[in-house]
Design a protein around this ligand. Structure first.
Ligand code: DNO
Length: 360
């Protein structure tokens, strides 16, 4: 297990690399370029600059999250080939600076969705929350408004405001796109990028839909074991893998996280893990919590043990934490709670590792 920490760059993050460097056990950061328009090539000069900056701070840069996929690819429009070409060029540039894993997702229009970015818990901490009745009761415009105000001016990965300005136009285009068509468009994309990945040594890791069900009637297809298996089989290559995000998949109680880790771990398709705990309070309703098992609905010990059982040797990062100790941060991405989460995860791993060695 290699522990990494998401970092949005000097310009966008409230956290410095120097702070991340002091969290015990963190080997590197998960980097991104937030200022490149979706669909454009990530220029080599920019990615090498990022890599040098991270390296100078004594950290590694081997994972990128995310290189987002242009809507025309998801929609299967004739212009998709141009965007796929750009995508491949970005991957080539990233491979040149030593990137090993690239995260992406295939969620139409909306990336991760929360209906409240600043829910206050009894202990005074703030967390992100999702209530499906908000989605059912209001429209996409209200959601956008809510997320925008909750962001408090921070740039949120995956929330591309300029794209969302064309909301009605895009919703219209998505009207006839069902799950099957979206799946076909994903396969088309993979058939055109995976051969490049194989050549340059990059592993693509699709991020599950967050949450793993349809929002505003838009199709979502990375939601459960069977559907993920179908995606991995459609282009059967070790480079076509998964970001195993507990927070995304686990909010549907039908998803058995432990079985999924066992299955996808054993076939070597989990390239990256996001460890997040959530409290499920009703159907399709949850809020994010601190990492320890007793804080949320997941048994984090069993999750880390399942990873240990499949000899997981890929990248892991603590995912969304609470905002605590009066920190001003991007929702979910403060320093303090994620640092606490990191230490907890490393503690679980050490205990499991040593205990299992004794049992042999
Ligand atoms: C939210 C994250 C997402 C995730 C992308 C993956 O905080 O889980 O930004 O990185 O959806 O493409």
């Amino acid at each position: 297990m290699h522990v990494v920490f998401r970092w949005y760059g000097d310009e966008f993050d409230t956290i410095t690399l120097e702070q991340i460097r002091q969290i015990p056990g963190v080997e590197g950061v998960v980097g991104t370029l937030l200022d490149i328009e979706v669909g454009k090539v990530w220029p080599y000069e920019k990615v090498i600059k990022l890599e040098k900056r991270v390296q100078q701070a004594g950290l590694k840069l081997e994972v990128i999250e995310s290189v987002n996929v242009h809507e025309d690819i998801k929609l299967g429009l004739p212009t998709r080939d141009e965007y796929i070409e750009n995508y491949n060029q970005t991957l080539i540039n990233l491979a040149r600076i030593g990137i090993k894993v690239v995260v992406y997702n295939f969620m139409p229009l909306f990336d991760w969705v929360r209906t409240n970015l600043r829910k206050r818990l009894d202990d005074g901490s703030q967390v992100m929350e999702y209530e499906h009745r908000f989605i059912e009761g209001r429209g996409p415009k209200e959601l956008i408004k809510e997320v925008k105000s909750g962001s408090q001016g921070f740039t949120l990965a995956g929330w591309d405001w300029s794209r969302l300005e064309k909301l009605s136009e895009l919703l219209e285009l998505y009207k006839d796109l069902d799950e099957e068509k979206l799946f076909e468009n994903l396969v088309y994309f993979l058939r055109n990028v995976i051969p490049v990945c194989e050549k340059i040594g990059i592993k693509l890791a699709i991020h599950p839909d967050d949450p793993p069900w349809s929002v505003f009637g838009l199709p979502r297809i990375v939601t459960c074991k069977e559907k993920i298996e179908r995606i991995l089989n459609a282009v059967d290559s070790p480079c076509n893998g998964l970001t195993f995000c507990t927070g995304s998949l686990g909010v549907n109680p039908k998803n058995n996280l432990l079985q999924m880790i066992k299955y996808f771990g054993q076939i070597g398709r989990i390239h990256f893990v996001h460890l997040r705990n959530v409290k499920i309070t009703a159907e399709k309703t949850f809020y994010e919590t601190a990492h320890p098992s007793f804080c949320g609905s997941y048994d984090m010990f069993e999750i880390v043990k399942a990873l240990h059982d499949v000899n997981f040797n890929g990248y892991v990062r603590p995912d969304h934490g609470r905002t605590i100790w009066n920190e001003k941060s991007i929702p979910g991405y403060g320093l303090y709670d994620r640092a606490l989460g990191t230490t907890y995860i490393i503690g679980l791993w050490e205990a499991i590792d040593k205990m299992s060695a004794r049992l042999i």
